[in-house]
Design a protein around this ligand. Structure first.
Ligand code: GZL
Length: 340
């Protein structure tokens, strides 16, 4: 039976106005929730443990959830930003369990280390929905379902695009030196993109992967690692960068080193996410192709929760629709219709 919740209006609105940050309602530093009077409007209490705010993707993803799980739509959203630390996510989940939320939504920064806390949520009878990234657990019944991207497909798409592009350029027999900026190590996005691209790499005898290094999905780290790549390797033909923000840092490093990139440059740039700023960089001729990773899917999660509320069966995996965009397309027209 879902607990009926009503917040002290002043506190909760102040809590929401603060961007759902700070101590969750009902904890030591906040005003307690009171039982909602019988028969009054019910709200579904959602505890959402978000990874951080490391990228444009993350910002858009957070916005999607805050715009969907609102009071007006019948939810209380307890939002916790883990600042890219797994221990903060574990704390947040245990706090949500103490708060007896109705559902936990978790975007797990890495795939491992979740069995115990997910078991605690299951023991408390709280369904866990994975959003964006996934987990590696002993028993997949520890979570209800995963809504996210097919990261392996994204990596494979990037590899296939490069095969086609090099063919068009008459370079399909040329030795091609590649460097890869990987995302957060052991995150689902990094694992999938790296392995998906490697499936194609393994079929191309003339491709040479010089090195993989993590830029942790951030612009600053992406620039730092690209500076290292440029100092270490004389001849780099392709950069595979596993998210746009690392790509932006890498472009800065390339340009500051007096080198060039993009369709008319020395280094072919393959990026992932496909945010507005990356489209603008493609239009400027700095990125060749961007494999989309769609952050706007909170409504899909809300539909799943609606099914669960009605006792309906849900799937284990829901992939988000995605494609790729490159400089051969009418990017400015495509941008008009995109919200990220
Ligand atoms: C992928 C997501 C990744 C993005 C990055 O779904 O987890 O994390 O590609 C983000 O931009 O930091």
């Amino acid at each position: 039976m879902r607990k009926r919740w009503i917040a002290a209006a002043v506190f909760f609105l102040a809590f929401l106005a603060g961007g759902c940050r700070g101590a969750a309602p009902g904890t030591a530093d906040s005003a307690p929730y009171e039982e909602e009077p019988e028969g009054s409007r019910e709200h579904i209490v959602i505890g959402f443990s978000q990874i951080g705010s490391e990228s444009d993707y993350r910002t858009a993803n957070t916005e999607s959830f805050k715009d969907t799980f609102t009071i007006e739509n019948g939810y209380y959203l307890l939002f916790e930003d883990a600042q890219q630390k797994q221990e903060n996510q574990l704390k947040a989940i245990r706090n949500f369990i103490l708060q007896e939320v109705d559902y936990i939504i978790l975007d797990p920064i890495v795939e491992t280390g979740w069995d115990a806390v997910l078991q605690e949520a299951r023991d408390a009878g709280i369904p866990v929905i994975l959003a964006d990234r996934s987990v590696e657990v002993s028993d997949t019944d520890l979570y209800t379902c995963w809504v996210g991207s097919d990261f392996e497909e994204e990596g494979h798409t990037a590899g296939e695009w490069l095969v086609g592009y090099l063919d068009e350029q008459g370079r399909s027999e040329e030795k091609i030196n590649i460097v890869t900026l990987q995302g957060t190590p052991e995150s689902t996005a990094q694992i999938g993109r790296t392995s998906g691209f490697a499936q194609v790499l393994d079929t191309q005898h003339n491709w040479n992967m010089l090195e993989y290094q993590s830029g942790d999905f951030t612009q600053a780290k992406g620039k730092e690692v690209m500076e290292y790549f440029l100092c270490t390797y004389e001849d780099i033909d392709v950069l595979v960068s596993e998210n746009d923000n690392m790509t932006f840092g890498a472009i800065d490093a390339i340009q500051e080193a007096g080198r060039t990139c993009g369709p008319d440059g020395e280094i072919i740039v393959i990026s992932f996410d496909g945010g507005r700023a990356a489209f603008e960089a493609m239009v400027r001729g700095e990125i060749n192709v961007d494999v989309e990773c769609n952050p706007i899917f909170a409504e899909q999660v809300a539909e799943i929760i609606d099914k669960l509320e009605k006792g309906e069966k849900v799937e284990k995996i829901y992939y988000v629709d995605e494609q790729y965009f490159d400089t051969s397309m009418d990017l400015e027209k495509i941008m008009e219709g995109r919200s990220f």
